[in-house]
Design a protein around this ligand. Structure first.
Ligand SMILES: NC(=[NH2+])NCCC[C@H](N)C(=O)O
Length: 304
């Protein structure tokens, strides 16, 4: 039986689900888009194709193989976008939570059944229906669980708001011994530069005590400031609006020392190397057009 174990974002990765771009279907119509960056590329005629995205995901797969990580893939559903495994479920401690994801994406979950079958069924949990939550908004970090949310009254108007207040309360009730810290995120259905789709689109811890952060992704200044104070200004790489749009905060840690990043993220990759990290650079700019990147494409199951 598989022993799940995730308590942070960077401990050495042992097992992961990596999404797939295979049979991701034709270019969606503008009405079918559920994030502003995909919409932008659908309208401009630059939406990415399956061949290019599959190559990018293979490059990611090869990095995992190089570091000896056990990689599971979803079974391929016909004409279904299954790139962003992160959102369909998430692991905290030794439990896997079945995300109550955007209904447009619900189908993606059945494709990981063969992985769930390896787990103790009592450790696979489905939150109640009113709890809206996606893995991109959930980050266990030592004694904390960080959660991105949007609690405005206009929550139902935002297809980009995926984690609600009930989710924050639910996670608190499940983990009474953890400190659950929530962050209100800026949402826009139409402007990707003003939209933090998930917490991992404007923030991510790296290494043991550092973080990548974008101020404008946060709606409440004190919540942003809390992160600055927690990590310390000198340990933070603050990214610009354009860098957030390019998904700089969505790199992925294989260990506290090794980070997978996009090859064009020059300013970030140089900073990471200056801090002593090994940076595994891969091409991922086609997938980036769908407002997700490396962290979004993974669902970590075990970190040592
Ligand atoms: N964890 C993430 N940031 N995932 C990105 C998912 C992107 C996808 N286009 C969506 O809107 O659902």
């Amino acid at each position: 039986m598989m022993q799940l174990h995730i308590v942070d974002e960077t401990s050495p990765l042992k097992a992961v689900i990596l999404g797939t771009a295979e049979s991701c279907g034709p270019t969606p119509t503008p009405e079918e888009a559920y994030d502003p960056k995909s919409l932008e590329h659908i309208l401009a005629g630059t939406y990415p194709n399956e061949t290019d995205m599959t190559k990018e995901m293979e490059a990611f797969y090869n990095v995992f193989k190089k570091y000896g990580v056990k990689v599971f893939r979803p079974s391929v559903l016909k004409d279904c976008n299954q790139i962003f495994s992160r959102d369909i479920a998430f692991v905290i401690g030794d439990k896997l939570f079945h995300a109550n994801i955007l209904p447009d994406r619900e189908r993606e979950f059945e494709a990981i059944d063969h992985v769930l079958n390896k787990m103790d069924p009592s450790k696979v949990i489905r939150p109640p229906e009113e709890v809206h939550i996606e893995g991109g908004d959930v980050m266990p970090w030592k004694e904390y669980i960080f959660i991105g949310t949007y609690t405005g009254e206009d929550y139902p108007d935002f297809i980009t708001a995926r984690t609600n207040k009930a989710a924050v309360e639910y996670i608190k009730s499940q983990f009474p011994n953890k400190k659950v810290k929530s962050f209100e995120l800026r949402k826009s259905n139409t402007n990707a530069k003003e939209n933090a789709l998930h917490l991992d689109c404007c923030f991510q811890p790296v290494g043991k005590d550092k973080a990548i952060l974008h101020k404008n992704g946060f709606l409440v200044e004190e919540e942003y400031q809390w992160l600055v104070d927690y990590f310390g200004k000198e340990n933070i790489f603050e990214i610009t609006k354009d860098e957030m749009y390019n998904m700089f905060s969505n790199v992925f840690s294989i260990s506290p020392e090794v980070i997978v990043s996009e090859k064009s993220f020059t300013r970030l990759n140089n900073w990471l190397r200056e801090q002593g990290f090994t940076v595994e650079e891969i091409p991922y700019s086609e997938i980036a057009k769908q407002e997700g990147l490396l962290r979004c494409s993974t669902l970590p199951l075990i970190r040592a």
